[in-house]
Design a protein around this ligand. Structure first.
Ligand code: NAD
Length: 267
């Protein structure tokens, strides 16, 4: 089994990385950072987001697995104490996986250029110093004109992150969908938005078109502060690509939700 390891920049994560690298090599696995079959992320969910983006061009062939060195994460759900068990599974090439949907972003610029991005959690669009005004179209049909602080479009596995803080629903990653949530929309007798989070199925896209050519910030996953002055359109849809996570043992999504948000940490 060819493997790579990404670790958060702290002493504990680095020490675990060295330990894991040695143990996997001793068990006959091959360290291959350019074309791994499995990528182990050691740190937190942020480290997993980094690992995902580092291997984006191989997203359909690699499998990801995360060890947390802080609190239980959604993607980083193995405890350091369970590392021997994890090593055993990797060495035995026992690669049971689950696949999660991704968000595809297609961005058009005023100069005619175009950019395509993938996100594991979400993208957000926020204005800095004035109200963000943008037209939303769903499947090509005008839906509403949004006025407010911003918008978030999330994946199912990202629904427990920023989306949750905005009052969005938690969505099981078996559902191929994206969710649109509002940030402080202006709603009165003159301006109106739907107000509720919306779930869009696969093959339905939302197009967000800034009405004024203002500066706004766009984030996707841990990438922030991308300032766009000349964006004409951002189209969001469920990507045809999916990301694979190793599921060497059963740790159902709803149990992860409960342990992360309701119960004491047990993993
Ligand atoms: P970070 O390290 O500050 O992470 C923020 C928190 O988000 C961490 O506790 C992390 O465990 C958690 N998180 C990340 N993905 C998650 C997921 N899918 N489900 C549940 N929790 C998750 O920042 P970062 O490392 O740069 O991570 C970027 C992510 O932070 C963004 O993708 C966004 O979802 C999240 N975020 C959340 C808020 C908020 O909740 N108000 C605000 C900004 C960013």
């Amino acid at each position: 089994m060819r493997f790579a390891i990404t670790a958060r920049d702290d002493e504990r994560s680095h020490a675990l990385k060295q330990q894991l690298e040695q143990a996997l090599t001793d068990r006959g696995c091959i360290l291959d950072v350019s074309q791994p079959e499995i990528v182990v992320s050691i740190g937190g969910d942020g480290t997993m987001l980094q690992a995902f983006h580092s291997y984006l061009d191989q997203v359909e062939t690699i499998t990801l697995v995360g060890i947390h060195t802080g609190h239980l994460g959604f993607y980083a759900d193995w405890r350091p104490e369970e590392m021997d068990e994890l090593i055993d599974h990797i060495a035995k090439q026992d690669l049971a996986t689950v696949q999660y949907p991704l968000l595809e972003l297609s961005i058009d610029y005023a100069d005619g250029s175009h950019n395509q991005l993938l996100a594991l959690n979400e993208c957000t669009i926020k204005s800095f110093n004035q109200t963000l005004v943008c037209d939303l179209s769903i499947r090509g049909d005008y839906f509403e004109t949004f006025r407010g602080d911003g918008l978030c479009v999330s994946t199912p596995s990202g629904s427990t992150a920023y989306n949750k803080a905005l009052g969005g629903a938690i969505v099981h990653p078996a559902l191929e969908a994206i969710q649109i949530t509002e940030m402080a929309s202006i709603n009165n007798r003159v301006y109106r938005t739907i107000g509720s989070p919306m779930l869009l199925p696969k093959h339905h896209d939302v197009e967000i078109r800034p009405v004024n050519p203002i500066d706004f910030q766009m984030t996707y996953d841990h990438y922030a502060s991308i300032i766009h002055q000349n964006v004409t359109s951002i189209r969001c849809r469920v990507s045809d690509k999916k990301v694979k996570f190793a599921r060497f043992r059963s740790f159902p999504f709803w149990q992860r939700v409960r342990e992360s948000f309701l119960a004491d940490e047990r993993r």
